[in-house]
Design a protein around this ligand. Structure first.
Ligand code: DLL
Length: 449
């Protein structure tokens, strides 16, 4: 089994465009009659649904942004009566009220299908057991993977997030072939396995499907070695449907994730001007849902920074997206330099004495913002040095660590352009994921004002 939906996943591009164009025309007419928000927005721009003949006309339409969802809280953007939906999900924002999304029965069918496609791309097959360690509840991760796994014919183990002891017990006793969770939680599980002396060979798990937060090749390497798996990326957001908007193919790991573009039409636009960018350029990812009924979104501004490109792969025709560099609102501006936390992670991965476990601490020193980074040294390195005390000033550290400290500082300065105070710390001393998304930035500026 190569595909869940072979016909659609390999549809020639011209046919895929025709399908998208037809779906978009229908969507425009539907939204104009069903959702006052869109009618008003398009009237103000003197646009009629008939002006939208296909995806090439999308640029004419205004963006929908998170604040529009907030202003229409909770159900104002629904295109059908709430009584006709069969499920609600919500994601908690950093400020105030959650973002609410609704699903019709058909929408849940689409959701399950795109997750099933994602699972097959990840290497899952009917009959395999899936330990689902994404949180169940208002978060779309748990139920999204659950329904997709069942549709594919997997045996789903609905353990939910956290409860590390139980996760380890089930991994050993139920012997699932596949686990899905956040990448930071997979790091945590890898470390717990090592701490208990459980080697990956004692487990049956061969695939980890990781998403819901940004991650890098360094984390892939750590999790693949620590759990004895192939780690693949799953991406999505509740507003668009949940997990399964795009997914990596396990045989093409590292080359980007296929976007199921027959349902979710992607654009990448300039984060300041909103102008569409050519293939391969980095900008904000924007999606139009082509088939959803309960709460379709037009040109939804995800705030995620990435690029999209056709690879002309033998396997599928759909467009790919690269890894998410970060969210536009996670971007730190330190003394005028723009920085995504994952850029620091990218530097750390080149030092094999360090773990991909770090924390960035932003503080304000007078009028200047400053950035410090804490990063963990690997256990075997410390053991070989006779467990030195890391709490002394860098100059007093053993030679090997002093050199490492200096080299890391220089590499960060060279590749990011910032001087950062670096502290080397013991493995395990930086907060780990408790089962959900992990925030690697501690912003002390926010707590002060
Ligand atoms: O995180 C849906 C999901 C669940 C995806 C399970 C994958 C697995 P939200 O809580 O609405 O939905 O958060 C969406 O999380 O806009 C990205 O910023 C981030 N995100 C999700 N997947 C990835 C990924 C779920 N693979 C937000 N890489 C998105 C990087 C991701 N960031």
């Amino acid at each position: 089994m190569k595909y869940f939906n072979p016909e659609v996943e390999t549809l020639p591009l011209d046919k895929l465009r025709q399908l998208q164009d037809g779906r978009l025309q229908k969507l425009a007419a539907y939204l104009y009659t069903q959702v006052p928000f869109y009618r008003k927005q398009w009237d103000e721009a003197s646009l009629r649904p008939s002006d939208i003949r296909g995806v090439n006309d999308l640029y004419k339409l205004p963006f929908t942004r998170k604040h529009h969802l907030r202003e229409n809280y909770p159900f104002g953007l629904f295109a059908m009566p709430v009584a006709e939906t069969i499920r609600l999900h919500a994601s908690s924002g950093t400020t105030g009220k959650p973002t609410v999304v609704g699903y019709s029965r058909k929408d849940i069918g689409i959701f399950s299908e795109v997750v099933a496609r994602s699972l097959v791309a990840s290497g899952c097959r009917p009959g395999m057991k899936l330990q689902n360690a994404y949180g169940y509840g208002l978060f779309t991760g748990g139920l999204g993977l659950h329904y997709g796994g069942e549709l594919l014919g997997m045996t789903v183990i609905p353990v939910s997030g956290g409860m590390t002891e139980r996760q380890l017990l089930l991994l050993q006793d139920f012997r699932p072939e596949v686990i899905c969770c956040t990448p930071s939680y997979a790091q945590r599980l890898s470390e717990e396995l090592a701490a208990r002396g459980i080697s990956p060979e004692q487990l049956n798990v061969h695939t980890a499907i990781l998403g819901a937060e940004p991650w890098t090749e360094a984390i892939r390497t750590q999790v693949e070695a620590g759990m004895g798996v192939k780690a693949v990326n799953i991406y999505g957001l509740s507003e668009i449907i949940g997990p399964g908007v795009s997914n990596e193919d396990y045989e093409e790991r590292g080359t980007g994730s296929y976007i199921w573009e027959d349902h979710f039409f992607p654009e990448v636009v300039d984060k300041d001007t909103g102008e569409p960018l050519p293939e391969g350029e980095y900008g904000v990812l924007v999606f139009t849902t082509l088939t959803k009924e309960a709460m379709p979104l037009v040109r939804y501004w995800t705030n995620d920074i990435t690029s999209i490109y056709y690879e002309h792969s033998e396997k599928r025709t759909h467009i790919k997206m690269g890894p998410i560099r970060g969210r536009a609102d996670d971007m730190l501006i330190i003394r005028g330099v723009n920085l995504f936390p994952t850029q620091v992670e990218d530097v750390i991965k080149d030092f094999n004495q360090l773990m991909p476990s770090y924390q960035l601490i932003v503080s304000r020193d007078g009028a200047m913002d400053s950035l410090a980074v804490k990063v963990e040294v690997k256990e075997d390195v410390l053991r070989a040095l006779g467990r030195p005390n890391l709490q002394q000033p860098p100059a007093a550290l053993p030679d090997a660590l002093r050199t490492l400290h200096g080299a890391l500082g220089r590499k960060i300065k060279e590749s990011i352009g910032l001087t950062m105070a670096i502290t080397l710390v013991e493995p395990g001393s930086i907060p780990r994921s408790e089962g959900g998304k992990l925030n690697r930035v501690l912003d002390l500026r926010k707590s002060r004002n």
